[in-house]
Ligand binder design. Sequence first.
Ligand code: ASP
Ligand code: MG
Length: 422
Amino acid sequence: MRKIIVQKFGGTSVADTEKIKNVAKIVIKEKENGNDVVVVVSAMGHTTDYLVKMAKDLSPNPSEREMDMLLSTGEGVSIALLAMAIQSQGYDAVSYNAMQAGILTENIHSKARILDIKTDKLKQNLKDGKIIVIAGFQGVTEEGEITTPGRGGSDTSAVALAAALNAERCDIYTDVEGVYTTDPRVVPHASKLKEISYEEMLELAHAGANVLHPRSVETAKLNNVPLRVRSSFKLNNLGTLILGVDKMELNKPVAGVAQDLSQARIVVCDVPDKPGVAAKLFSKLASENISVDMIIQSYARKVSNTNDIAFTIDKSDLNKTLVALESLKAEIGVTGDIEVDENIAKVSIVGAGMIDRPGVASLMFETLAKQGVNIRMISTSEIKISCLVDKAQSAQAVKALHTAFNLDCCDIADVKGDLPNV
Ligand code: ASP
Ligand code: MG
Protein backbone atom coordinates (compact mmCIF):
# COMPACT_ATOMS: atom_id res chain seq x y z
CA MET A 1 0.00 0.00 0.00
CA ARG A 2 1.15 3.53 -0.72
CA LYS A 3 2.16 5.60 2.26
CA ILE A 4 0.56 8.93 3.04
CA ILE A 5 2.85 11.81 3.94
CA VAL A 6 1.35 15.03 5.28
CA GLN A 7 3.48 18.09 4.59
CA LYS A 8 2.83 21.43 6.24
CA PHE A 9 4.29 24.70 4.99
CA GLY A 10 4.31 27.78 7.18
CA GLY A 11 3.76 31.38 6.13
CA THR A 12 7.40 32.14 5.31
CA SER A 13 7.58 29.08 3.05
CA VAL A 14 4.73 30.43 0.89
CA ALA A 15 5.47 34.15 1.31
CA ASP A 16 5.53 34.92 -2.45
CA THR A 17 4.96 33.16 -5.75
CA GLU A 18 8.65 32.20 -6.12
CA LYS A 19 8.50 30.50 -2.74
CA ILE A 20 5.23 28.80 -3.67
CA LYS A 21 7.04 27.35 -6.73
CA ASN A 22 9.73 26.03 -4.39
CA VAL A 23 7.03 24.40 -2.23
CA ALA A 24 5.43 22.85 -5.32
CA LYS A 25 8.81 21.23 -6.11
CA ILE A 26 9.11 19.77 -2.62
CA VAL A 27 5.55 18.41 -2.83
CA ILE A 28 6.10 16.89 -6.25
CA LYS A 29 9.35 15.27 -5.12
CA GLU A 30 7.49 13.50 -2.31
CA LYS A 31 4.88 12.32 -4.80
CA GLU A 32 7.66 11.11 -7.11
CA ASN A 33 9.07 9.14 -4.16
CA GLY A 34 5.97 7.00 -4.51
CA ASN A 35 3.95 8.47 -1.65
CA ASP A 36 0.49 9.97 -1.48
CA VAL A 37 0.77 13.58 -0.45
CA VAL A 38 -1.56 15.80 1.54
CA VAL A 39 -0.31 19.36 1.92
CA VAL A 40 -1.42 21.84 4.56
CA VAL A 41 -0.51 25.50 4.17
CA SER A 42 -0.58 28.66 6.26
CA ALA A 43 -1.41 32.11 4.97
CA MET A 44 1.26 33.84 2.86
CA GLY A 45 3.99 35.63 4.82
CA HIS A 46 2.60 38.06 7.38
CA THR A 47 -0.95 38.03 5.99
CA THR A 48 -2.52 37.00 9.28
CA ASP A 49 -0.70 39.76 11.22
CA TYR A 50 -1.87 42.25 8.64
CA LEU A 51 -5.48 41.08 8.98
CA VAL A 52 -5.23 41.36 12.77
CA LYS A 53 -3.90 44.89 12.42
CA MET A 54 -6.79 45.94 10.20
CA ALA A 55 -9.28 44.50 12.67
CA LYS A 56 -7.66 46.41 15.56
CA ASP A 57 -7.77 49.61 13.52
CA LEU A 58 -11.53 49.26 13.39
CA SER A 59 -12.33 47.92 16.83
CA PRO A 60 -10.37 47.60 20.10
CA ASN A 61 -12.22 44.42 20.94
CA PRO A 62 -13.42 42.76 17.73
CA SER A 63 -15.84 39.89 18.15
CA GLU A 64 -14.16 36.50 18.07
CA ARG A 65 -16.56 35.20 15.45
CA GLU A 66 -15.68 37.98 13.04
CA MET A 67 -11.97 37.55 13.83
CA ASP A 68 -12.25 33.92 12.76
CA MET A 69 -14.14 34.92 9.63
CA LEU A 70 -11.39 37.41 8.82
CA LEU A 71 -8.25 35.48 9.75
CA SER A 72 -9.35 32.26 8.08
CA THR A 73 -9.34 34.03 4.69
CA GLY A 74 -5.52 34.14 4.52
CA GLU A 75 -5.19 30.39 4.03
CA GLY A 76 -7.78 30.47 1.23
CA VAL A 77 -5.33 32.38 -0.95
CA SER A 78 -2.31 30.15 -0.42
CA ILE A 79 -4.10 26.83 -1.04
CA ALA A 80 -5.41 27.90 -4.44
CA LEU A 81 -2.05 29.35 -5.51
CA LEU A 82 -0.15 26.24 -4.43
CA ALA A 83 -2.61 23.94 -6.21
CA MET A 84 -2.12 26.02 -9.40
CA ALA A 85 1.66 25.86 -9.03
CA ILE A 86 1.52 22.07 -8.72
CA GLN A 87 -0.89 21.74 -11.65
CA SER A 88 1.35 23.88 -13.83
CA GLN A 89 4.06 21.24 -13.39
CA GLY A 90 1.70 18.67 -14.87
CA TYR A 91 0.47 17.07 -11.64
CA ASP A 92 -3.11 16.66 -10.55
CA ALA A 93 -3.87 18.79 -7.49
CA VAL A 94 -6.97 20.03 -5.72
CA SER A 95 -7.31 22.63 -2.96
CA TYR A 96 -9.90 22.44 -0.18
CA ASN A 97 -10.93 24.79 2.58
CA ALA A 98 -11.90 23.35 5.97
CA MET A 99 -15.52 22.95 5.00
CA GLN A 100 -14.64 21.03 1.84
CA ALA A 101 -12.04 18.95 3.66
CA GLY A 102 -14.50 18.14 6.45
CA ILE A 103 -12.44 19.50 9.38
CA LEU A 104 -15.07 19.56 12.10
CA THR A 105 -14.35 21.55 15.27
CA GLU A 106 -16.07 22.47 18.50
CA ASN A 107 -18.08 25.65 18.54
CA ILE A 108 -15.56 27.97 20.18
CA HIS A 109 -14.10 30.86 18.29
CA SER A 110 -10.35 31.52 18.19
CA LYS A 111 -9.44 28.36 20.14
CA ALA A 112 -11.48 25.61 18.54
CA ARG A 113 -10.34 22.03 18.90
CA ILE A 114 -10.68 19.63 16.01
CA LEU A 115 -13.28 16.97 16.79
CA ASP A 116 -13.33 14.94 13.62
CA ILE A 117 -12.09 14.87 10.05
CA LYS A 118 -14.11 13.20 7.32
CA THR A 119 -11.57 11.29 5.31
CA ASP A 120 -13.63 9.40 2.69
CA LYS A 121 -13.38 12.06 0.02
CA LEU A 122 -9.72 12.73 0.77
CA LYS A 123 -8.85 9.05 0.52
CA GLN A 124 -10.73 8.77 -2.76
CA ASN A 125 -8.83 11.79 -4.12
CA LEU A 126 -5.53 10.19 -3.15
CA LYS A 127 -6.58 6.95 -4.83
CA ASP A 128 -7.31 8.96 -7.95
CA GLY A 129 -3.72 10.21 -7.87
CA LYS A 130 -4.45 13.74 -6.73
CA ILE A 131 -2.22 15.83 -4.51
CA ILE A 132 -4.50 17.46 -1.94
CA VAL A 133 -3.81 20.96 -0.66
CA ILE A 134 -5.76 21.86 2.48
CA ALA A 135 -6.12 25.17 4.29
CA GLY A 136 -4.52 24.99 7.71
CA PHE A 137 -5.87 27.00 10.61
CA GLN A 138 -9.50 26.70 9.48
CA GLY A 139 -12.27 24.63 10.93
CA VAL A 140 -16.00 24.38 10.63
CA THR A 141 -18.61 23.58 13.25
CA GLU A 142 -21.56 21.24 12.94
CA GLU A 143 -23.66 24.36 12.31
CA GLY A 144 -21.39 25.55 9.52
CA GLU A 145 -19.67 28.30 11.51
CA ILE A 146 -16.04 29.02 10.61
CA THR A 147 -13.56 28.61 13.47
CA THR A 148 -9.80 28.78 13.99
CA PRO A 149 -7.60 26.97 16.52
CA GLY A 150 -5.66 30.12 17.50
CA ARG A 151 -2.55 31.69 16.02
CA GLY A 152 -0.06 29.25 14.62
CA GLY A 153 -2.74 26.57 14.49
CA SER A 154 -2.07 25.23 11.02
CA ASP A 155 0.52 22.87 12.55
CA THR A 156 -2.35 21.34 14.47
CA SER A 157 -4.48 21.07 11.34
CA ALA A 158 -1.64 19.17 9.68
CA VAL A 159 -1.07 16.75 12.54
CA ALA A 160 -4.81 16.12 12.95
CA LEU A 161 -5.01 15.30 9.25
CA ALA A 162 -1.99 13.00 9.54
CA ALA A 163 -3.67 11.22 12.45
CA ALA A 164 -7.04 10.93 10.69
CA LEU A 165 -5.44 9.62 7.50
CA ASN A 166 -3.09 7.28 9.36
CA ALA A 167 -0.17 8.96 7.67
CA GLU A 168 3.34 7.61 7.84
CA ARG A 169 4.69 10.95 9.03
CA CYS A 170 3.89 14.63 9.28
CA ASP A 171 6.64 16.91 7.99
CA ILE A 172 6.47 20.50 9.21
CA TYR A 173 8.40 22.68 6.78
CA THR A 174 9.33 26.04 8.22
CA ASP A 175 11.99 28.75 8.15
CA VAL A 176 14.19 27.18 10.82
CA GLU A 177 16.23 24.03 10.42
CA GLY A 178 14.68 22.17 13.32
CA VAL A 179 14.21 22.35 17.06
CA TYR A 180 17.08 23.99 18.91
CA THR A 181 18.27 23.76 22.50
CA THR A 182 17.04 27.34 22.76
CA ASP A 183 16.12 30.24 20.49
CA PRO A 184 19.24 30.86 18.33
CA ARG A 185 18.33 34.55 18.24
CA VAL A 186 18.95 34.67 21.98
CA VAL A 187 21.86 32.23 22.16
CA PRO A 188 23.71 32.15 18.81
CA HIS A 189 25.52 28.91 19.64
CA ALA A 190 22.31 27.00 20.39
CA SER A 191 22.44 23.55 18.83
CA LYS A 192 19.90 21.76 16.69
CA LEU A 193 18.47 18.63 18.27
CA LYS A 194 18.41 15.50 16.12
CA GLU A 195 15.53 14.10 18.12
CA ILE A 196 13.29 15.21 20.91
CA SER A 197 10.39 13.48 22.64
CA TYR A 198 6.77 14.60 22.31
CA GLU A 199 6.75 15.22 26.05
CA GLU A 200 9.75 17.55 25.94
CA MET A 201 8.56 19.30 22.82
CA LEU A 202 5.17 19.85 24.41
CA GLU A 203 6.71 21.43 27.47
CA LEU A 204 9.03 23.53 25.31
CA ALA A 205 6.12 24.70 23.19
CA HIS A 206 4.11 25.64 26.27
CA ALA A 207 7.19 27.31 27.67
CA GLY A 208 7.32 29.66 24.72
CA ALA A 209 9.42 27.93 22.06
CA ASN A 210 7.54 29.07 19.01
CA VAL A 211 8.55 26.27 16.69
CA LEU A 212 5.28 24.38 16.87
CA HIS A 213 1.73 25.06 17.98
CA PRO A 214 1.48 23.18 21.32
CA ARG A 215 -1.72 21.41 20.39
CA SER A 216 -0.05 19.94 17.31
CA VAL A 217 2.44 18.14 19.55
CA GLU A 218 -0.34 16.95 21.85
CA THR A 219 -2.22 15.57 18.87
CA ALA A 220 0.92 13.89 17.53
CA LYS A 221 1.63 12.30 20.90
CA LEU A 222 -1.92 11.10 21.37
CA ASN A 223 -1.99 9.48 17.95
CA ASN A 224 1.66 8.48 17.78
CA VAL A 225 2.29 10.45 14.59
CA PRO A 226 6.02 10.91 14.00
CA LEU A 227 6.70 14.59 13.37
CA ARG A 228 9.64 16.10 11.56
CA VAL A 229 10.44 19.80 11.72
CA ARG A 230 12.65 20.96 8.87
CA SER A 231 13.46 23.93 6.68
CA SER A 232 11.86 24.42 3.27
CA PHE A 233 14.98 26.23 2.15
CA LYS A 234 17.78 23.90 3.33
CA LEU A 235 16.61 20.55 2.12
CA ASN A 236 19.87 18.74 2.80
CA ASN A 237 19.19 19.16 6.51
CA LEU A 238 16.79 16.52 7.80
CA GLY A 239 15.69 18.67 10.74
CA THR A 240 14.49 17.33 14.07
CA LEU A 241 12.43 14.20 14.56
CA ILE A 242 9.83 14.27 17.33
CA LEU A 243 8.82 10.91 18.72
CA GLY A 244 7.82 9.00 21.85
CA VAL A 245 10.03 9.30 24.91
CA ASP A 246 10.22 5.49 25.08
CA LYS A 247 12.16 5.52 21.82
CA MET A 248 14.82 7.88 23.11
CA GLU A 249 18.05 7.62 25.00
CA LEU A 250 17.95 10.20 27.76
CA ASN A 251 21.58 11.02 28.24
CA LYS A 252 21.14 14.57 29.49
CA PRO A 253 19.00 16.16 32.18
CA VAL A 254 17.89 19.16 30.17
CA ALA A 255 17.07 19.17 26.46
CA GLY A 256 16.23 22.82 26.05
CA VAL A 257 15.69 26.25 27.55
CA ALA A 258 12.78 28.47 26.54
CA GLN A 259 11.42 31.88 27.27
CA ASP A 260 7.84 33.03 26.97
CA LEU A 261 7.33 36.77 26.63
CA SER A 262 3.64 36.55 25.87
CA GLN A 263 2.28 36.30 29.39
CA ALA A 264 0.98 38.86 31.84
CA ARG A 265 0.91 38.43 35.61
CA ILE A 266 -2.18 39.33 37.57
CA VAL A 267 -2.36 39.62 41.33
CA VAL A 268 -5.73 39.71 43.02
CA CYS A 269 -4.94 41.26 46.41
CA ASP A 270 -6.80 40.61 49.65
CA VAL A 271 -8.95 37.67 48.74
CA PRO A 272 -10.92 36.20 51.69
CA ASP A 273 -9.26 33.09 53.10
CA LYS A 274 -12.14 30.65 52.96
CA PRO A 275 -13.12 27.58 50.98
CA GLY A 276 -14.50 28.03 47.49
CA VAL A 277 -12.89 31.35 46.62
CA ALA A 278 -10.20 30.03 44.28
CA ALA A 279 -12.78 27.69 42.76
CA LYS A 280 -15.10 30.60 41.96
CA LEU A 281 -12.32 32.74 40.58
CA PHE A 282 -10.81 30.15 38.28
CA SER A 283 -14.15 28.68 37.16
CA LYS A 284 -15.15 32.14 36.05
CA LEU A 285 -11.96 32.42 33.99
CA ALA A 286 -12.47 28.92 32.61
CA SER A 287 -16.03 29.74 31.60
CA GLU A 288 -14.61 32.65 29.59
CA ASN A 289 -12.13 30.26 27.95
CA ILE A 290 -9.14 31.94 29.54
CA SER A 291 -6.22 29.59 30.16
CA VAL A 292 -4.27 30.21 33.32
CA ASP A 293 -0.67 29.08 33.52
CA MET A 294 1.27 29.67 36.75
CA ILE A 295 -0.67 30.16 39.98
CA ILE A 296 0.56 31.18 43.42
CA GLN A 297 -1.54 31.76 46.48
CA SER A 298 0.17 33.46 49.39
CA TYR A 299 -0.19 32.26 52.97
CA ALA A 300 -3.17 33.88 54.62
CA ARG A 301 -2.42 36.98 56.69
CA LYS A 302 -3.65 36.29 60.21
CA VAL A 303 -4.78 39.83 60.94
CA SER A 304 -6.96 40.38 57.91
CA ASN A 305 -7.71 36.74 57.14
CA THR A 306 -7.00 37.37 53.48
CA ASN A 307 -4.40 36.25 51.00
CA ASP A 308 -3.25 37.21 47.51
CA ILE A 309 -3.72 35.07 44.46
CA ALA A 310 -1.27 35.64 41.62
CA PHE A 311 -1.47 33.95 38.24
CA THR A 312 -0.33 34.34 34.65
CA ILE A 313 -2.37 34.38 31.48
CA ASP A 314 -1.69 35.08 27.84
CA LYS A 315 -1.56 38.82 27.16
CA SER A 316 -4.18 38.43 24.43
CA ASP A 317 -6.66 37.42 27.17
CA LEU A 318 -5.81 40.38 29.42
CA ASN A 319 -8.84 42.55 28.69
CA LYS A 320 -11.23 39.64 29.00
CA THR A 321 -9.61 38.61 32.28
CA LEU A 322 -9.84 42.06 33.84
CA VAL A 323 -13.50 42.37 32.89
CA ALA A 324 -14.19 38.94 34.39
CA LEU A 325 -12.33 39.76 37.61
CA GLU A 326 -14.07 43.10 38.07
CA SER A 327 -17.43 41.38 37.77
CA LEU A 328 -16.38 38.87 40.46
CA LYS A 329 -14.79 41.22 42.97
CA ALA A 330 -17.90 41.97 44.98
CA GLU A 331 -19.23 38.43 44.77
CA ILE A 332 -16.16 36.83 46.32
CA GLY A 333 -15.39 39.76 48.62
CA VAL A 334 -12.05 40.92 47.22
CA THR A 335 -11.06 44.05 49.16
CA GLY A 336 -7.70 44.81 47.53
CA ASP A 337 -6.54 45.88 44.09
CA ILE A 338 -6.05 43.88 40.95
CA GLU A 339 -2.46 44.39 39.86
CA VAL A 340 -1.26 43.74 36.32
CA ASP A 341 2.34 43.30 35.23
CA GLU A 342 3.16 42.85 31.58
CA ASN A 343 6.93 43.22 31.97
CA ILE A 344 7.53 39.62 32.86
CA ALA A 345 8.96 36.57 31.16
CA LYS A 346 8.68 32.90 31.91
CA VAL A 347 12.01 31.11 31.59
CA SER A 348 11.89 27.32 31.56
CA ILE A 349 14.24 24.38 31.42
CA VAL A 350 12.83 21.18 29.94
CA GLY A 351 14.11 17.64 29.86
CA ALA A 352 12.70 14.16 30.31
CA GLY A 353 16.15 13.35 31.71
CA MET A 354 15.50 15.43 34.83
CA ILE A 355 13.19 12.76 36.24
CA ASP A 356 14.98 11.05 39.11
CA ARG A 357 17.99 13.34 38.80
CA PRO A 358 18.20 15.48 41.92
CA GLY A 359 19.87 18.87 41.78
CA VAL A 360 18.31 20.21 38.60
CA ALA A 361 16.07 22.77 40.30
CA SER A 362 18.80 23.95 42.63
CA LEU A 363 21.21 24.41 39.73
CA MET A 364 18.58 26.49 37.95
CA PHE A 365 17.97 28.72 40.98
CA GLU A 366 21.69 29.12 41.71
CA THR A 367 22.38 30.03 38.11
CA LEU A 368 19.71 32.72 38.19
CA ALA A 369 20.95 33.98 41.57
CA LYS A 370 24.49 34.35 40.22
CA GLN A 371 23.08 36.54 37.45
CA GLY A 372 21.19 38.67 39.96
CA VAL A 373 17.89 37.56 38.47
CA ASN A 374 14.99 37.71 40.89
CA ILE A 375 12.50 34.83 40.71
CA ARG A 376 8.91 36.03 41.06
CA MET A 377 7.03 32.74 40.62
CA ILE A 378 8.05 29.12 40.18
CA SER A 379 6.17 26.21 38.70
CA THR A 380 7.25 22.69 37.96
CA SER A 381 6.09 19.60 36.15
CA GLU A 382 7.79 16.24 35.97
CA ILE A 383 10.04 17.39 33.15
CA LYS A 384 9.98 21.19 33.36
CA ILE A 385 10.90 23.94 35.79
CA SER A 386 9.70 27.45 35.02
CA CYS A 387 10.61 30.71 36.73
CA LEU A 388 8.86 33.98 36.19
CA VAL A 389 11.43 36.78 35.95
CA ASP A 390 11.62 40.40 34.83
CA LYS A 391 11.37 40.69 31.08
CA ALA A 392 14.53 42.81 30.90
CA GLN A 393 16.58 39.95 32.40
CA SER A 394 15.03 37.14 30.41
CA ALA A 395 17.64 36.79 27.66
CA GLN A 396 20.45 36.92 30.20
CA ALA A 397 18.72 34.18 32.21
CA VAL A 398 18.28 31.96 29.14
CA LYS A 399 21.95 32.35 28.16
CA ALA A 400 23.19 31.51 31.65
CA LEU A 401 20.93 28.44 31.92
CA HIS A 402 21.98 27.23 28.47
CA THR A 403 25.58 27.29 29.65
CA ALA A 404 24.88 25.87 33.11
CA PHE A 405 23.10 22.84 31.70
CA ASN A 406 25.86 22.06 29.23
CA LEU A 407 23.93 22.91 26.11
CA ASP A 408 26.54 25.27 24.68
CA CYS A 409 28.39 22.63 22.71
CA CYS A 410 28.07 22.05 18.99
CA ASP A 411 27.20 18.37 18.92
CA ILE A 412 24.36 17.64 21.26
CA ALA A 413 25.07 13.91 21.05
CA ASP A 414 28.22 14.54 23.09
CA VAL A 415 26.40 15.96 26.07
CA LYS A 416 26.85 13.72 29.06
CA GLY A 417 24.21 13.07 31.63
CA ASP A 418 26.09 14.32 34.67
CA LEU A 419 25.17 17.67 36.11
CA PRO A 420 28.05 20.11 35.95
CA ASN A 421 29.54 21.17 39.27
CA VAL A 422 28.50 24.56 40.52
N1 ASP B 1 -1.88 31.89 9.48
C1 ASP B 1 -2.12 31.56 10.85
C2 ASP B 1 -1.24 32.40 11.75
O1 ASP B 1 -0.42 33.17 11.28
C3 ASP B 1 -1.96 30.11 11.13
C4 ASP B 1 -0.56 29.58 11.04
O2 ASP B 1 0.33 30.19 10.47
O3 ASP B 1 -0.33 28.49 11.54
O4 ASP B 1 -1.37 32.32 12.94
MG1 MG C 1 2.61 30.00 11.27
